[in-house]
Design a protein around this ligand. Sequence first.
Ligand SMILES: Cc1ncc(C[n+]2csc(CCOP(=O)(O)OP(=O)(O)O)c2C)c(N)n1
Length: 343
Amino acid sequence: MAIKNKYKGNGFQSHENQNSSLSKEILVGLYRDMLRIRRIEEAIESRYHEDEMKSPIHLVMGHEAISVGSCSTLKIDDLIYCGHRTHGHYLAKGGSLKGMLSELYCRANGCSGSRGGSMHLLDKSVGMAGSSAIVAGAIPIATGAALSFQLKQQDRVSVAYLGDAATEEGACWEAVNFAALKKLPVIFFCENNFFSVCSPLEVRQPPNVEIYRKAEGFGLPAVQIDGTNILDVYDSTQEAVARARKGDGPTFIEALTYRWRGHGGAGDDSASGYRDPEEVQHWEQYCPVDGFYDYLIKMNLYSKAEKDLAEKEIKEEIEEAFDFAISSPNPQEIDLYTHVYSQ
Ligand SMILES: Cc1ncc(C[n+]2csc(CCOP(=O)(O)OP(=O)(O)O)c2C)c(N)n1
């Protein structure tokens, strides 16, 4: 097998010259947030075989720059919606680690009250408005939220995170069309990792028609960016958010990235033959977290000692959150009858 999906970005290796107007504090914060998500994902993965987390999981390793870079441009009352790969978005939007882990362990105090599991994280207090396991299911809902902001004249935006496979659903383009027509304050953020479960992009979509080009056909600004480069993600989302807040309508962002782990569960699944294991190794060279660390070091914005301290604090936070989740109560039988609606 040959490596088909080559890295198309600039890479932080050549980013000494990439200037950012962001302060040192913000840049270091972006790095720390990505590192935190990476370590949380590793911890979830290492414990998943214990079979105590009674929830399917979809790890986000390789996608960290997208969730952190984009959510960092949002306000707390802006709303985000996503599909099944939720952890990065929830944590980057300010979600509670304890609430998320409790949800994965199906405990009563999980952020979705143990009803959702990993694919349905919900937390109104931080603007995590919903996630859907139905591919493309959250896109029209995010668009509807943007319509409500517009009608109520609220200074808020919504973001619909979607995978490349979601662009094969009618609901995606119906929402994009409607948002373009009404100039809604919504950002469509496509995380193109080239796969839908085990099906590569080339067996699902015609070649040479890139996803962002399809979006452009609906008459809205659309860009393709390097999804492993957090500065590119931050800048393009910030621009899209500014456009939406000004009343100039939606933007479609296609960020190229790679899923380091299997579609679902723990570990890599390349051995099953749908992708070349060397392709995974190829993309690991462009790690969004380590690449940005090297950049910060080169720019004299960070030190090894500061990283060590961050690692220590993150480790302690993760251990405490796991202890909290594991010792949290299970839902009671009576809980079956709460949050149930009937007509
Ligand atoms: C409407 C619908 N069709 C099929 C599925 C089965 N399914 C679950 S995840 C998935 C692939 C999703 O790929 P993508 O949207 O690119 O996101 P990624 O997993 O790569 O992050 C599919 C086909 C589904 N959940 N919903």
